[in-house]
Design a protein around this ligand. Sequence first.
Ligand code: IPE
Ligand code: IPE
Ligand code: MG
Length: 233
Amino acid sequence: MDSNKRIPKHVSIIMDGNGRWATARGLSRSQGHVEGVESIRACLSAAIESGVEYLSLYAFSEENWNRSEEEVMGLMELLFTEMKAELQLFLQNRARFLVLGNRPRLSEKINKAIDEMQEATSQNYQITFILFFSYSGRWDILQAMKKAAQQLPPEQFQAMEQKDFDQYLVTAGIPDPDLIIRTSGELRISNYLLWQSAYTEFYFTDILWPEFRQAQFKEALEAFAQRERRYGK
Ligand code: IPE
Ligand code: IPE
Ligand code: MG
């Protein structure tokens, strides 16, 4: 069998466990998120090395807005400073940067930084790196439905097929994830890519996100290579 067939084109990660990692060390939850950024860098380089074409991360859910103001502000600040700090790394790695989610909920300052980073990396083709930020699966399906209803005449709306609906989701043009990894031992999807994960393979590990690095990423790819995908056939 062609070994390339065994490399997932799109790997997505529900990064979980930063808070527990920090609490266990007497640190603040925000310090856990900062350490988690190191894992993002590690997984990005492992993904590039392995030939993964899309790496996406669930970084902040619509429900995460309900956390304490301090934690939410810390996460916003982290997103902002990391975007500023990592531009060179993205350009060196020929990585395209995208943020998908409910952008109007983010501040003007953050939206501007996102636009700049996306624009600066739009010509990169080695890998597409996606942060799902202020994202939830149900929000995505609902906004897609509203957009389609607004844009399509009623007959076309009624005739819409699944592949047509795909074009209204924020993930339009991005292949569905082949593999979703969730760290920290939680066995749930937490309102992530609900529509897009219809035939995704899942990999759960007890490792907390700040400890999920290159070796752990490659282990997940190896587990994926053993899976038999049948798509109902
Ligand atoms: C994941 O870690 C990061 C985000 C959801 C932003 P958590 O912050 O959920 O960490 P735990 O689950 O409380 O340990
Ligand atoms: C899922 O983690 C969201 C992200 C990783 C961004 P949560 O920690 O918010 O999920 P629950 O609350 O355990 O379901
Ligand atoms: Mg969590």
